[in-house]
Design a protein around this ligand. Structure first.
Ligand SMILES: Nc1ncnc2c1ncn2[C@@H]1O[C@H](COP(=O)(O)OP(=O)(O)OP(=O)(O)O)[C@@H](O)[C@H]1O
Ligand SMILES: [Mg+2]
Length: 494
C-alpha cells in the first residue's frame, strides 16, 4: 500500500520526534548516571580508605574487641563494614553477611590488591563494595555501600525521560498532521476547482490574491489554462451555432423549391420521380441534423431558454405521444419504417399509454416542447431499432419522481452500451445491423440534455419483452388533485 503525501509527512515528523527523543533522552540518562555514580563511588572509596586507616590503628593498639571496633567506625546509615582478620569475617551489622560481597572482590583484596565493585545483590539492591587490604596487621577491611537511593533517582529520571519522549513523539505526529493539512490545502483547492470545471462550472477560478507566494505560479497558470479552455469551448460552441444557423436558410430555400417540384411530381418521368424522392429524404435528414446540432450548440453555449410549466403528467404524456406521433410521421417521411407503413405497433396509430392510477393527478414542471422532442426521439428509435413501441408506462418512481417508460420488443441494448448511447454521435451496433444509415447519433444525447434541463434524467434498461426500455424520470411538483383540471382522459390501457 502506498501512503498519501499527508500520511508520509505526518510519519516523517513522528519518526523524527521519536528518534530525537531517543537520542536526547538516552544521552541525558547516561551522562547523568555516569556522573552520579562516579561521584558516589569516589566518595565511598575515600571513606573506606579512611576507615581502613582507623581499623589499622585500632588493631595495632589491640585495645578493643572486633564488634566494638566495627561499631565505632562511622560508616553512615547506608553502608556497613566487614573485617577479615585471623581467617574470620566480622560484620558491623547483624542483618548483613560477608557473603554478600562478590567473590572476585574478596579474592583480590585477600590477595593484597585494593579493589572496588558495583553490583546487584540477589534481592536486586544495587551496592558498591570497597576492599582494602591492611598488610601490616594481616587484615582486610571491606565497606559495602547501599546504592538504592541513586538507583531510585535514576529510575525516576529514566521514567521521566520516557514520558517526555512519548509526549514529544505525539506532539511530533500532531505537528506533522497540522503541517500536512496546511501544505495540502492549496492542492485540495486546486483539485476542488478542477472537479468543478470538469463538472461544467467553467467560471471556477483559484483565488489569486490570497495565494501562497510559493504557489503563485501554479495558481496563475491554472487560471490561465482555465481561461483559455473556457474561451475555446465558448468559441467552439459559437462556431457550431453559427454554422448550423448559416446552414438553415439555404436548406429552407432548398426545401421550398423541392416542394414546388413535388407538386408537379406526377408529370415527371419515373427516374426523376425516384431522384426527387431521394433528394427529399436526404434533405429532411439534413434539416433535422442541422436542427439537432443547433439545439446542441445552444445548450453548450449556455443559452438555453426553458419554459417550465406545471402540467398534469398523464395528460402531458398522452398529448406528447399523440403530437409526437404525428410529428414523427411527417418528419420521418423518409424513414424506412414510415415508408413501409409499418409503425411497429401494427395498427399504424400512436402507441398505447398505460398510466398507473397512483400517479393520475401528479403534476410536473416541464418544457412541453422539449418533452415532446424527447418522446419523438424515443419513439423514432424504437421504430428504427426495436420494431416499434410496444407500450408506454407512467409510474411512480423513487423519492418524489415519476417515471415514463418507453418499451419496445427489439434486440434491446447491450449493458456495455447503456451509458455510451447517450453520448453525442454515438451510434451503437444496432444501427449498423438494421442497415438504416440515417441516424447521426445525436438523438439520445439531446434526450439527455432536455431531461437535465427539466431537472429530470433518462436511463435505459430491458423491457419485459426483452427489448429496450427507456425510462424518463421527472421530479413531481405536487400529488394533489386539482379541481380545475379536466378529468384525465388517461387511465388503463387505451
Ligand atoms: N430502442 C432501441 N433499441 C436498440 N438500440 C437503440 C434503441 N434506441 C437507440 N439505440 C441505439 O442507440 C444509438 C444512439 O441512438 P441515437 O438516437 O442517439 O442516435 P441515432 O438514432 O443513431 O441518430 P439520430 O437519432 O440522431 O437520428 C443508435 O444508433 C442505436 O444503436
Ligand atoms: Mg435516434
Amino acid at each position: 500500500m502506498r501512503l498519501g503525501i499527508g500520511a508520509r509527512i505526518t510519519a516523517v515528523f513522528g519518526l523524527g520526534a521519536l528518534l530525537l527523543s531517543i537520542l536526547l533522552g538516552g544521552l541525558s540518562y547516561f551522562t547523568v548516571r555516569h556522573f552520579l555514580l562516579a561521584g558516589r563511588e569516589s566518595a565511598a572509596q575515600h571513606q573506606a580508605f579512611n576507615n581502613a586507616v582507623l581499623v589499622r590503628t585500632q588493631l595495632q593498639l589491640g585495645t578493643t574487641g572486633y564488634v566494638t571496633l566495627l561499631t565505632n567506625i562511622d560508616a553512615g546509615s547506608d553502608a556497613h563494614s566487614v573485617l577479615y582478620h585471623g581467617a574470620k569475617y566480622y560484620v558491623s551489622s547483624l542483618s548483613e553477611n560477608a557473603s554478600s560481597i562478590p567473590l572476585q572482590l574478596r579474592r583480590d583484596a585477600l590477595a593484597g590488591t585494593a579493589a572496588t565493585q558495583t553490583y546487584r545483590t540477589g534481592q536486586g539492591t544495587a551496592e558498591f563494595a570497597v576492599g582494602v587490604p591492611i598488610p601490616s596487621v594481616r587484615a582486610v577491611y571491606f565497606e559495602v555501600f547501599d546504592l538504592s537511593d541513586l538507583d531510585h533517582t535514576l529510575r525516576v529520571l529514566g521514567l521521566t525521560l520516557l514520558v517526555a519522549g512519548v509526549v514529544t513523539t505525539v506532539l511530533g505526529v500532531a505537528l506533522g498532521r497540522f503541517a500536512s493539512v496546511r501544505l495540502l490545502r492549496p492542492l485540495a483547492d486546486v483539485s476542488r476547482a478542477a472537479g468543478a470545471i470538469a463538472g461544467g462550472e467553467l467560471d471556477t477560478r483559484l483565488a489569486e490574491d490570497d495565494a501562497d507566494p510559493d504557489l503563485e505560479g501554479l495558481t496563475l497558470s491554472f487560471n490561465a489554462m482555465v481561461d483559455q479552455l473556457q474561451e475555446r469551448i465558448e468559441r467552439e460552441a459559437r462556431f457550431n451555432s453559427d454554422v448550423s444557423h448559416e446552414l438553415r436558410s439555404p436548406l429552407t430555400t432548398l426545401a421550398a423549391s423541392l416542394e414546388v417540384l413535388e407538386a408537379d411530381r406526377d408529370e415527371l418521368p419515373p427516374r426523376s420521380q425516384r431522384a426527387l424522392q431521394l433528394l427529399s429524404d436526404d434533405l429532411h435528414r439534413f434539416q433535422r441534423m442541422v436542427g439537432d446540432l443547433l439545439e446542441m450548440s445552444r445548450a453548450d453555449a449556455g443559452s438555453v431558454d426553458v419554459f417550465l410549466e406545471e402540467v398534469d403528467v398523464s395528460e402531458l404524456v398522452q398529448r406528447s405521444v399523440e403530437a409526437g406521433f404525428g410529428h414523427m410521421d411527417g418528419h420521418r417521411s423518409g424513414s424506412a419504417a414510415a415508408r413501409n407503413g409499418s409503425a411497429g405497433n401494427g395498427a399504424g396509430g400512436p402507441p398505447g399509454v398505460r398510466i398507473d392510477p397512483a400517479v393520475r393527478s401528479w403534476r410536473v414542471g416541464v418544457d412541453k416542447r422539449r418533452f415532446e422532442r424527447v418522446m419523438v426521439n424515443l419513439m423514432e428509435n424504437a421504430d428504427h431499432y426495436g420494431g416499434g413501441v410496444t407500450e408506454i408506462l407512467v409510474e411512480p418512481g423513487a423519492d418524489g419522481h415519476v417515471e415514463v417508460a418507453v418499451d419496445d420488443a427489439g434486440p434491446g441494448i447491450d449493458p456495455m452500451e447503456r451509458l455510451k448511447i447517450f453520448e453525442r454521435f454515438y451510434r451503437g451496433s444496432a444501427a449498423g445491423r438494421r442497415g438504416t444509415g440515417t441516424g447521426t447519433g445525436l438523438g439520445l444525447a439531446l434526450v439527455a440534455e432536455h431531461m437535465h434541463v427539466m431537472q429530470g434524467d433518462v436511463r435505459v434498461e430491458s423491457s419485459p419483452a426483452g427489448g429496450a426500455r427507456f425510462v424518463l424520470t421527472l421530479p413531481v411538483l405536487s400529488e394533489a388533485e386539482d379541481p380545475a383540471d379536466e378529468p384525465s382522459r388517461a387511465g388503463g390501457l387505451e
